[in-house]
Design a protein around this ligand. Sequence first.
Ligand code: BGC
Length: 452
Amino acid sequence: MIPLSPRQLPQFPAVFEWGAATAAYQVEGAAEEDGKGPSIWDAFVRRPGAVRDGHTGATACDHYHRYAEDIALMRGLGLDAYRFSISWPRILPEGTGRIEPRGLDFYDRLVDGLLAAGISPVPTLFHWDLPQALEEGGGWLERDTAYRLAEYAGVVADRLGDRVRRWITLNEPFVHMAFGYAFGVHAPGRALLTGALPVAHHQLLGHGLAAAALRERGAERILTTNNCTPVRLLPGAGEADRAAAEAYDALHNRLFNDPLLLGRYPDLKAYGASEDLDGAVRDGDLDLISSPPLDGLGVNYYNPTWITAPGPDAGLPFDLAEPPAEPGYERTAFGWPVVPEGLTELLTGLRSRYGDALPPITITENGCSYPELDDRRRIDYLDGHVRAVAAAIEAGVDVRGYYVWSLLDNFEWAEGYHQRFGLVQVDFETQTRTPRESYAWYRDAIATQHHG
Ligand code: BGC
């Protein structure tokens, strides 16, 4: 397919932000430098078989040392905003108490460098790299971890809050709960199935407490980022499949959006859970989570999820299905189906579900894995998804920004360096950065939006 020229993209509102995103453990490296404590990912990657080919994030993109070169790449794109995450164990090596000033110094330099390049810094506080010391105390299964997130939020806001106006508290609490605690394929590698549900509540409570700590320090806008997926059925689906899809939607989407936006949990009886998530939810928690309301919702979208009724031995009330053979979908190198219209469906669906309770949305991640330098397939993907956002805006959804995942090829969690999501290719032997065709496409698309 010939990629469409960025000149033909619809014109977005002038305030719409164009960005790119990364996360600390995936790009920084310097895992043991300047007093940084170990995170659950530093521990998990050592488990035999946990990550493909035993890859680790110990060096990753060496962004900790090469951030100035990476900011120059962002400036070359003309980005309005850069979403990165702060490594909690770089700031509080034991997760609480003792502060490591050299960790704060790094983010200070990064923020100053971004501002000097005219790029808004948008830090995420928690993108899955919990200090290992907190994991040893129970991690997110423990209520206390929520209070530790707020303590850490206060420490970073004290240092960066004079320049950082906008914060994202959590990244994809669903994926962290599901992959990290229910299925054990991500750190901390626990396989508790429905026993992981308190992890949802404790992360959300952590959001509420951290948001309060940030607001006390003058933060202007507070977001949290959820991974959202439109849930789809296969042709010929019946009653049992519909019930399974509803149960999956409750777990993936509503478990995280409902408490934040409506101040209540969805019905989770299909998972055998009581309304207070088996005692995890205490009086006042839902108020802390939902008010004051979010200033924006970060939405990460990759693809829809097809669901069927569970088989006889399933431990959960749904089964994940392959996308239907018809109409047939392109697949990324990761094997994920390419479904741009799923993003319009998702955004308009959020608007109909939450109405005026839905704050402005920023697409805080969207992207695809393709290894080649001449990555027309990524251009097609991005072009299609940017148009899908335009269609949602046209349909009345308030979307304020679009951030590509990712600026750089990086450590793709359990896949190690095998999946390449970057606008910029990274050679992990030499640390050479080479912009792909999609980098030029995005640069031109942004320039056209800025200058017409
Ligand atoms: C995560 C990223 C990840 C990306 C691609 C998102 O779930 O926030 O850290 O690299 O998807 O898998």
